[in-house]
Design a protein around this ligand. Structure first.
Ligand code: NAD
Length: 486
């Protein structure tokens, strides 16, 4: 029985490296059947705003697995990256990138005899990748960073399950909760909450800047790390550098219904059409996909042939011994095919499945799923932050803000770029033309949404209001941060 999967060849070097990988699969008689789908730059150019045809979308949703080459996002046409859109629309919430020392791929660590074998799990949907950005004034751009409890729980549980499946002893959470106390704080809190279900795995956390420093000085300290989206993006490229660069970085985007396997690198337009691209990253992604589909024997045979080939010094132009002749993409794939059945002298492939296999055939949703972790939590409105455009001194804005007060509110503070400038501040703090006015309720008042919008309307009579954020309390937890210096 062959498993049907969707395949998108991609743009730039995509078709060349995809052909090389599919030839290797064919030579190993991997029982897959390919449905080639129409996705990528030419489909943007043909007027498909998502970069794919309706038929492609239907095929991918039906089959649940997409094996894709890199795709170009047209610049300056107001379109979003097809790669990011695909991950978000289909809720592939966990991005798994496995990095290991490959014999034949020289790095500073391989030369020093330090073996690297680690997995980065990056949250794949949330964070600044929502792309929710606004110019609030002509000088001030604001982006929303969205971290949710269900979204964090989904990817963190995935990371612990992955660690358990691989028999790892340790999982670290990378974060910046010392600065972003609510967003990264929520991710970190969820991490330790879920860690309780996995007592055999040593859970720890590390601030992301310290993590980067330790990764480049002692990468062998880490087995697996889970991070939020943007930090995970940066840290995983750093890890790609540790094992030889983007040409060796595979990526699996795992969801409950649809999963996408692709290389980390892009379309490499500078070498497109020359048949010199390195297909290793896409091949490693394909090997992960085979394990995901339960084809662990084929995965191990192909991985061993790749490792043997690298160990023998065969290389494309982007790595390896410059004194020996480079193979082109086709020759590199042919060497791997010729080496099917051979084993590297060290660090051979593992036989166990990397992933818990879940495809669309198991579960096709009829409605959008919505998760609320505690629908009965007590909520209270404690006040509002009103963001306004103003060009003047803080004390002048304070007079305006006070003049709009009613008996339900008191004026607490004014900040500029997150730093308190009233009632106290420093004359050395430089200002831009957007301020935040914080109002809180007076002791015994009870606030409604209408109270907040009425107050904002009053303020808007005097200054331009850009946006309003409620100051909330959930249960016994305050749901907003203090200003610097407050
Ligand atoms: P890139 O990864 O395409 O290229 C960076 C450098 O690495 C180039 O010098 C390139 O020649 C080299 N390189 C990349 N892959 C290689 C390979 N397999 N073999 C040998 N050399 C390789 O990054 P970029 O130039 O910033 O991006 C080009 C395009 O790719 C952009 O349109 C970008 O949006 C897109 N992109 C797509 C994805 C994806 O589909 N997941 C990821 C990243 C970038």
């Amino acid at each position: 029985m062959k498993t049907r999967i969707a395949v998108a060849k991609g743009d730039g070097i995509g078709p060349e490296i995809m052909e090389a990988v599919l030839n290797i699969f064919e030579a190993n008689e991997v029982p897959l059947e390919y449905e080639f789908v129409e996705m990528g730059k030419s489909y943007f150019d043909a007027g498909h705003s998502t970069g794919m045809t309706e038929a492609a979308k239907a095929t991918i949703e039906n089959l649940g697995i997409l094996f894709k080459g890199p795709m170009e996002t047209p610049k300056g046409k107001g379109v979003k990256s097809i790669n990011v859109t695909a991950r978000k629309v289909w809720n592939t919430y966990a991005n798994q990138r496995d990095f290991r020392t490959l014999n034949g791929v020289q790095t500073v660590f391989s030369k020093a005899g330090i073996q690297i074998n680690m997995t980065i799990i990056r949250e794949n949907i949330e964070d600044t990748y929502g792309g929710i950005e606004h110019m609030i004034t002509n000088d001030v751009a604001v982006g929303r960073r969205i971290i949710t409890r269900p979204g964090s729980a989904q990817v963190i549980r995935y990371a612990f399950e992955m660690a358990r499946r691989k028999g790892l002893r340790k999982l670290a959470c990378g974060h910046k909760a010392n600065i972003m106390k609510l967003t990264d704080g929520l991710f970190l809190e969820t991490f330790y909450e879920i860690a309780k279900d996995y007592p055999e795995i040593q859970a720890s956390d590390i601030i992301v800047d310290d993590l980067c420093m330790k990764l480049v000085s002692h990468p062998e300290m880490f087995q697996a790390i889970v991070l939020t989206n943007l930090q995970g993006d940066i840290v995983s490229d750093l890890c790609a550098g540790l094992v030889g660069g983007l040409g060796f970085a595979p990526s699996a985007n795992i969801g409950d219904n649809i999963s996408i396997f692709e290389a980390v690198h892009g379309t490499a337009p500078d070498i497109q059409g020359k048949n010199i691209a390195n297909p290793t990253a896409l091949l490693l992604s394909g090997i992960s996909m085979l394990r995901f589909l339960g084809l662990t024997g084929h995965a191990a045979t192909i991985e061993n042939a790749l490792l043997y080939t690298l160990e023998k010094g065969v290389h494309t132009g982007d790595f390896g011994d410059r004194a020996t002749k480079s193979s082109n993409t086709t020759e590199f794939a042919e060497c791997i095919i010729a080496n099917l059945g051979k084993h590297p002298s060290v660090g051979g492939a593992h036989g166990q499945p990397n992933f818990e296999c879940k495809t669309n055939s198991d579960f096709t949703p009829e409605k959008n799923k919505i998760t609320v972790t505690d629908p009965n939590i007590k909520e209270e409105i404690l006040g509002a932050d009103i963001f306004v455009e103003f060009t003047g001194q803080p004390s002048e804005l304070a007079e305006i803000a006070k003049s709009k007060l009613n008996d339900k509110f008191e004026l607490i503070m004014i900040s500029n770029r997150g730093t308190q400038v009233w009632p106290t501040g420093s004359v050395y703090t430089e200002l831009v033309n957007q301020f935040r006015i914080r109002y809180e309720k007076v002791d015994n008042s009870e606030l409604t949404q209408r109270d907040i919008f009425d107050l904002a309307a009053q303020v808007s009579d005097a200054v331009k209001v850009g946006s309003v954020e409620f100051l909330m309390k959930f249960g016994d937890k305050i749901g907003y941060s203090l200003a610097q210096g407050q």
